[in-house]
Design a protein around this ligand. Structure first.
Ligand SMILES: Cc1ncc(COP(=O)(O)O)c(C=O)c1O
Length: 416
């Protein structure tokens, strides 16, 4: 039996909260040492009252900012009515949510789930069932083509087709049925297709890989190839979708329409986990009662918040704002190339910045940014990403870039 430690008493200081997490939360993350207590729009406030510009936005789950009044109002109103029915019964929030989301995506049907990984798993199951029941692939032979460098979540099936050894080591055996090809290479993708291929599953921009934007012709080529070979095109827009890149979907920016959208993160408005697979009846309609489900998927609270999120996106204002502010952000960041930055990639309000590894690690830059009041997160050693809530103001963005510039200047001065 584990012994109770002093930290089981009520913590009131930042150090106390850090200690409690260290002692009692599994160490599957390595967070920055800031203890957030409140959020307001693009800002968060820690337990000491210090304000930070949130340039991660919970990996784009907080696209509309912390405490967006319309989203909080929708959640509060629903909390007073009913929060959970399970799908054993109907509820009066699910219908409006799925119709509005289907309309936003230009599709017929929505399969509501909770987390992003669940949407990915659901998309995989739908594609396999479609492969057997519609395409006529022999039972248990279905394959799905994915891209090197992918990040689609953390379940055992999803890590089975990751090439990130840290995500896989000691978690096997793995789920078969996936073939990985280089990202951005349409010819390699086509060469991997055979009679067992049911789907291609890709991120329109690879987020966790470092905001990797494929060549402009890639997504249109994927669309053309998948259509020609009768293979489903599944776009994981869990991080790239819902306003982040200056469009409802990054696929819109590329001028393509996939067969299935996988959505999550911002769909729950930063309030509750809401995810979905969105597609037409000829594909999503393959699911029959009892074959797939989730106790919480489509619950009235999630559906009420999801409807409010779709309502915000239906105005087009957030997409427009992300596009305009994004241009400014990307241009500002590119000025730092040669001054401690090796490369800048991105779309809309989503930027991946490669820090010169000779100067500092991504983690060190994030720690120094935190000291200056900007929160963000490194990925793959020397890349940091900026993904502020779309409600951020232009002068706040300028200020954040100035902080990065100052951090790089300090680092260069220390190395000189
Ligand atoms: C593209 C993509 N797909 C899926 C996921 C998994 O989402 P979740 O963490 O909600 O399971 C993520 C999370 O970062 C993601 O970026």
């Amino acid at each position: 039996m584990s012994s109770m430690t002093e930290t089981t008493t009520v913590a009131t200081t930042a150090a106390g909260f850090l200690q409690q997490e260290n002692d009692h939360a599994a160490h599957n993350y390595h967070p920055l040492e800031v203890v957030v207590e409140r959020g307001e729009g693009a800002w968060v406030i820690d337990v000491t009252g210090r304000r930070y510009l949130d340039c991660l936005a919970a990996y784009s789950a907080v696209n509309f900012g912390h405490g967006h009044p319309a989203l909080v109002a929708a959640a509060k109103a629903q909390l007073d009515r009913i929060t959970l029915t399970s799908r054993a019964f109907h509820n009066d929030q699910l219908g409006p949510f799925v119709s509005a989301l289907a309309e936003l995506a230009g599709k017929d049907m929505v399969l509501p789930m909770n987390t992003g990984a669940e949407a990915v798993e659901s998309g995989i199951k739908v594609a396999r069932a479609w492969g057997y029941r519609v395409k006529g692939v022999p039972q248990n032979k279905a394959t799905i083509i994915v891209a090197d460098g992918n990040f689609h979540g953390r379940t055992t099936t999803i890590i089975s087709f990751s090439n990130d050894e840290q995500a896989r080591a000691d978690f096997g055996p793995f789920t078969p049925g996936f073939v990985s090809v280089p990202y951005g290479d349409a010819a390699a993708l086509e060469a991997a297709i055979d009679e067992t291929t049911v789907a291609v599953l890709i991120e329109p921009i690879q987020g966790e890989s470092g905001i990797v934007v494929p060549p402009a012709e890639y997504l249109p080529a994927v669309r053309e190839i998948t259509t020609r070979h009768n293979v489903l095109f599944i776009a994981d827009e869990i991080q790239s979708g819902l306003g982040r890149t200056g469009a409802t979907f990054q696929c819109d920016n590329a001028g393509v329409v996939p067969d299935l959208y996988l959505l999550g993160k911002a769909l729950g408005g930063g309030i509750v986990p809401v995810s979905a697979v969105v597609g037409n009846k000829d594909i999503l309609g393959v699911l029959r009662p009892g074959e797939h489900g989730s106790t919480f998927g489509g619950n009235p609270l999630a559906a009420a918040v999801g409807s409010a999120v779709v309502g915000l996106l239906a105005t087009g204002e957030y997409q427009q704002r992300a596009s305009e502010l994004g241009e400014r952000l990307q241009a500002d960041l590119r000025r730092l190339i040669g001054f401690g930055v090796l490369a800048v990639r991105g779309a809309g309000l989503w930027a991946g910045i490669d820090i010169d590894p000779e100067l500092a690690s991504g983690r060190e830059v994030c720690e120094r940014l935190m000291e200056r009041g900007v929160l963000t997160k490194d990925t793959h050693g020397s890349t940091i990403r900026l993904a502020p809530p779309i409600v951020v103001e232009a002068d706040e963005l300028d200020w954040a870039v100035k902080q990065l510039e100052a951090v790089l200047e300090d680092l260069r001065a220390e190395k000189a």
